[in-house]
Design a protein around this ligand. Structure first.
Ligand code: SAM
Length: 297
């Protein structure tokens, strides 16, 4: 059963009709999806292997390297393409933020909350393995997992720092930053499993999100771009966090995401134009993505 506080938040944010849709999205399990790791493989190789193993798949209109597969994760883990890091098991929604970051060769990129590394390794692949990436993770065990995944996926030019991202040396400056922030996970609930989901988690997440965003702004070059994403669909963790930042920093602006290629996404309304919120469905985790730029010092 959905906790009352969450239902009330959703009702006041989205109204009755959309809240019903979200609650339906919470009831089911999610499809299995993967990202083709172009550092080590190609779509052709992965599709051939899936066919050889009688696994049917579905393309995704907005990303050539994302596939939905008609099998379970354990079966995929048995395949050599998984063992050799040629695919990464990754939800569709979580493949979105690196696409909007649009990493280029030789850019200095900070991934501020990086483990287990799905987005770090996607950023590496999107930049042809040529962006210089600093990937930070506070939790030691998770940072080891991050390093393992980076090595397994063949991502080069990535430095992992096991530290609190708020302790980064002030001289580090980046062209682009991804803050895939710790959050309540209100977008990721499946099978009506609301264990460990309470209001305190939402409130604690907001504090971390604001402090991490402030830190990100310190390390962003003028003209640089910052993607702020969460796997929450609550305004408190998304638009309201951004609004408090925009109020405090006159040199930070929202840059509208170009959603031309993303018309197939199940989109929720947002209160800040140019931001994206994905509705939880059987295909998609609920997810929020936004882009900020720094206009001057
Ligand atoms: N971006 C990751 C990916 O795509 O695989 C998922 C990141 S998860 C949403 C948030 C991560 O931030 C967690 O691994 C958490 O341990 C880490 N984290 C939380 N607070 C942090 C901090 N202050 N500094 C660095 N990492 C932090």
């Amino acid at each position: 059963m959905i906790p009352d506080f969450l239902k009330n938040k959703l009702l006041s944010q989205y109204g009755e009709e959309i809240t019903t849709k979200i609650i339906e999205g919470y009831q089911n399990s999610r499809v299995v999806s993967l990202r083709i790791n172009t550092i080590k493989s190609s779509k052709e190789e992965i599709i051939t292997t899936l066919k050889d193993n009688n696994i049917s798949y579905k393309d995704i209109s907005w990303y050539d390297n994302a596939l939905v597969v008609n099998t379970n994760e354990d079966t995929l883990r048995e395949l050599d393409i998984y063992k050799e890091g040629k695919i990464y098991l990754q939800s569709l929604s979580s493949q979105l933020p690196p696409l909007f970051l649009n990493p280029q060769e030789n850019e200095m990129i900070l991934d501020m909350a990086a483990a287990p590394g799905g987005k770090t390794t996607e950023i590496a692949a999107l930049s042809n393995n040529k962006a210089m990436i600093t990937a930070i993770e506070k939790n030691k065990i998770r940072s080891e997992r991050l390093q393992y995944n980076i090595d397994k996926q063949g991502a080069k030019k990535v430095t992992v720092l096991n530290t609190d991202a708020r302790n980064l040396n002030e001289y580090f400056m980046f062209d682009k930053i991804l803050l895939d922030a710790p959050c309540s996970g209100s977008g990721t609930i499946t099978n009506n499993n609301f264990n460990n989901f309470d209001e305190d988690l939402v409130n604690r997440s907001i504090k971390f999100q604001i402090s991490l965003l402030k830190e990100a702004i310190k390390h962003l070059k003028v003209g640089g771009e910052l993607i702020y994403s969460t796997c929450s669909i609550l305004k408190e963790e998304n638009e309201l966090v951004l609004s408090s930042i925009l109020k405090e920093y006159s040199n930070i602006k929202i840059e509208h995401l170009d959603l031309t290629n993303y018309q197939d996404l199940p989109i929720l309304p947002t209160t800040i134009e140019g931001t994206l919120c994905v509705c939880p469905t059987t295909y998609y985790e609920g997810f929020f993505v936004s882009k900020l730029t720094k206009t001057r010092e």
